[in-house]
Design a protein around this ligand. Sequence first.
Ligand code: GDP
Ligand code: MG
Length: 596
Amino acid sequence: MKNIRNFCIIAHIDHGKSTLADRMIQLCDLVTEREFKDQLLDNMDIERERGITIKSQTICLPYTAKDGKPYLLNLVDTPGHVDFSYEVSRALSSCEGALLLIDAAQGVEAQTLANLYLAMENDLEIIPVINKIDLPSAEPERVALQIEEDLGLDSSDIQLCSAKTGAGVEDIFEAIVSLLPPPEGDPDAPLQLLIFDANYDPFRGTIISVRVINGTVKPGETIKFMSNNQQYRVEEVGLFKLRKEPQKQLSAGQVGYILAGIKTVADTRPGDTITHAAKPAASPLPGFKEIQQVVFSSLYPISTDEYEDLAAALEKLKLNDAALTFEKDSSAALGFGFRCGFLGLLHLEVIQERLEREFDISLILTVPSVQYIFYLSDGTRLTVDNPAHYPDPGHIDKIEEPFIKATILMPEKYMGPVMTLCMERRGENTSFHYPTPGRIELNCELPLAEVIYDFYDKLKSITQGYGSFDYEMLDYRKSDLAKLDILVNGEVVDALSQLVHKSNARARGLHACEMLKQEIPRQMFKIAIQAAIGGTIIARTNVSALRKDVTAKCYGGDISRKRKLLEKQKAGKKRMKTVGNVDIPQNAFLAVLKSD
Ligand code: GDP
Ligand code: MG
């Protein structure tokens, strides 16, 4: 155990986490130059393009220190967005230390601080690393001062590096070995394995990433998940080199994988404890939480003959994403589809993009909704997350909606506008304090429904990217809500209905009409768009009719150009859904919720 170090890299986005991870892998001779592909750890296209790491992936780096002793350094990769903050905290708790990576030109940023707090909550030893020192705009002295004064970390431990050129990376390895504590734990105690990730492999079943806290696990043994008592026989244990490398056993302090013929990741929950079935540990490890879906939306294929493909694609994604839920759904306007539950809106967008890119399915998403509790006049209590199932307003006694406790960290100067944003979103019980001079931590209770759409984007733009946001579920509170229906040419489009607070129902109705007017292209006839509450029209607008044939301006002369134009229209059509006799584009369904 003395020669093991378990660590992660935490950073603000774009400060170079993936690049540093790649450089470390490269310097450890795990890969040949030819095999090396930039950003090895971010293995999904979407992650690479958006620069976010969603699935954590761990790697075991063999390193011979300057003192001549061999070490195993386990680099645990962590996701970087609030939707996945529970996964982050599970990954952190499998480490003893963290490299806090800071861009030498950008300095300390919001997510630097938020991540540092998470690491401190998990009692990690922190090594500050200033990256990108090769940049002409690098100001390592200024950043070092920030690290000391704003973060309160010891500046004598600061490492300077360029993940791009590799300069200073060797010293980071030495710092990890000398500054981070080796793992503790008793290899002879009853088994406690912390699950921090799970990935599905079509040939081997679920690959569980674990940190052995206590005990020793070997192939052939029967293990048990402490959250649900499911039992499995261990087939293989091993280390994450670039390929999985089987071992005879894994024991206290080690990070590695377990294969146990598990068919779906849904049974394997991050944060859960695995123990021996025969000689179980007295208690599970602390901190386990059930995954909770908070945002729900229905997914419909644009062309109805893609329904089966969508079903198969969701099955496939689910194998690797325990947080995704789905069940059959149908809509008068959109036909057959699936009601899906997500961790948050980023999670929703990631799934949408993967379905469209990896499975080539064009989708309509309905307005995302949270779960509401309806108390009906006949005494029934209903939990509903689908606007299509909202009960008849005439029968509703009261409605409760979920509230969250939001924690927002930001530089002091943004306090005013952020408070205003929270108040606009019906925030309650606001309080704040100064964790470090010049920075404010704002706590606020907010309706989840007001947060799910663009709260995070708004916050980012108000604070110029310096605001960080995290939340936890709080409780359900009685609220004065009404169902807002949207009618297109007199027909209610069920997929566009949403619950709104009565105080801003009219404004929301007007806004929804306006957004739809912008999104729905002009057609051969006039289209009336109306917003209604309980049958009363509260807002309306029109999309005026198209007068001329679009191809007319080609003068009938250039045939190929005419054909091109028609093809373009057809491609555009593929992302439209015909409701009644009106073509509604994909974007319109989400645009309704956007605030401007
Ligand atoms: P992440 O979001 O923290 O994973 O950041 P990435 O590793 O994706 O890096 C963000 C950008 O910074 C990429 O364009 C990298 O090429 C660049 N980058 C990372 N490290 C360095 C460095 O040391 N020097 C320079 N000049 N650029 C770097
Ligand atoms: Mg990255």
